[in-house]
Write a protein that binds this ligand. Structure first.
Ligand code: HEM
Ligand SMILES: *[C@@H]1O[C@H](CO)[C@@H](O)[C@H](O)[C@H]1NC(C)=O
Ligand SMILES: *[C@@H]1O[C@H](CO)[C@@H](O)[C@H](O)[C@H]1NC(C)=O
Ligand SMILES: *[C@@H]1O[C@H](CO)[C@@H](O)[C@H](O)[C@H]1NC(C)=O
Length: 322
């Protein structure tokens, strides 16, 4: 029943939206699947209504896809007989969420225009839409990413930053290894203005002693109650304690106040260049929002596969084609 209602709504959308306003015009699949971006956005909107937090999940999913072998949908692959250890099972991918949203968009796209839109494109669109729905600035994402056939947990461990990284280590990864800039690093870290972390990602900063890079009062009153030692389950905390569901520049105020969960967030204060940016984003309304759209657009283009020998358009986002 639910699925039929979705299909009917999409049909109406297709009939009612004039062809001239479908897509942004420079997409490789604009002619072959003019509704692609509308369909993805429709699915993302619905998922975000049903499951708060899924928008944050989609934005992190794009980051983890693009940093490991490029934006090629490799993070979406499930373990299989031929590849029992894909990226998804890596410890650094703890807590990833949003996979079902990509599955649902893919399912509908395979009905409307089979075998045209890659899973990597769907994820890039979905992360953009999630940011926009959370009141972020909309940016253009061009299409044409192919889906990769390689996905390795070991590569994920190697290419994703742990929350214990200092500034030098973060810069080495973002600037030397990924064709991003120090500014992109500071700007993209601002994604930690939404979403959650498991306690296991930061409890070493609380126990046995509170890390001096963490505000004492915040650690004792906010984080410790959420993450009691010896708890059976891995609890969760908001990444932005103050405005947890707003895609706003509050993160930078939290960094200045030493009220962020990760050491990597605090470490943005440890050079003049990055600290100046943190101060700018914390104090000049609108600056971060504009720069975030630009850096996200850049992130969405990292090491894209366009060579048909190296990539494909998957039929199902969780497995490579036979
Ligand atoms: C700068 C280095 C970064 C480090 C060390 C880092 C680390 C982490 C960690 C440890 C978590 C919590 C995982 C968990 O325990 O469940 C997390 C969550 C998150 N990260 Fe990052 N991250 C970084 C950069 C980024 C970037 C560049 C983005 C996106 C542009 C991003 C977006 C997010 C989001 C949205 C969440 C919340 C996810 C959710 O609620 O499901 N992070 N990050
Ligand atoms: C996105 O693309 C459209 C159509 O090509 C263009 O009019 C618009 O200015 C672009 N927006 C941005 C933010 O680049
Ligand atoms: C690196 O980034 C710059 C600036 O965004 C871009 O023009 C260039 O094409 C990128 N290089 C590669 C190899 O992706
Ligand atoms: C960083 O800024 C401080 C003052 O804010 C200045 O004394 C110092 O020389 C600067 N360091 C570098 C490396 O520019």
């Amino acid at each position: 029943m639910k699925n039929r209602a979705i299909l009917f709504t999409l049909f109406l959308l297709y009939v009612m939206v004039p062809a001239s306003s479908r897509g942004v015009g420079h997409h490789k699949h604009t002619n072959r699947c003019p509704e692609a971006e509308n369909i993805v956005k429709f699915v993302v909107e619905k998922a975000m209504n049903d499951t708060p937090g899924i928008g944050a999940g989609l934005i992190r999913l794009l980051f983890h896809d693009c940093f490991v072998g490029g934006c090629d949908g490799s993070v979406l692959l499930d373990p299989s007989d031929r590849n029992p250890e894909p990226e998804k099972i890596a410890a650094k991918n703890l807590g990833l969420r949003g996979f079902e949203v990509i599955d649902e968009a893919k399912r509908l796209l395979e009905i409307f225009c089979p075998h045209v839109v890659s899973c990597a494109d769907i994820l890039a669109f979905a992360a953009r839409d999630a940011a926009e729905i959370l009141n972020g600035a909309r940016y253009n994402v061009s299409a044409g990413r192919l889906d990769g056939k390689v996905s390795s947990a070991a590569e994920a461990e190697k290419n994703l930053p742990p929350p214990t990284f200092n500034l030098e280590e973060l810069q080495d990864l973002f600037v030397n290894k990924k064709n991003l800039t120090t500014e992109d690093l500071v700007v993209l870290s601002g994604a930690h203005t939404i979403g959650r972390s498991h306690c296991s990602s930061f409890t070493k900063r609380l126990n046995p002693n509170i890390d001096p890079t963490l505000d004492q009062e915040f650690a004792i009153n906010t984080l410790q109650p959420l993450c009691p030692p010896y708890a059976n389950a891995d609890g969760v905390a908001h990444l932005d304690y103050a405005t947890p569901v707003e895609l706003d520049s509050q993160y930078y105020k939290n960094v200045l106040d030493r009220k962020t969960v990760f050491f990597s967030d605090w470490s943005l204060l440890t050079s003049n260049e990055t600290r100046d940016l943190v101060v700018q984003y914390a104090t000049k309304p609108g600056d971060w929002e504009a720069d975030f759209a630009v850096s996200m657009a850049k992130l969405s283009t990292l090491d894209v596969i366009t060579d048909r020998k190296k990539g494909e358009i998957r039929r199902c986002c969780r497995s490579v084609n036979y």
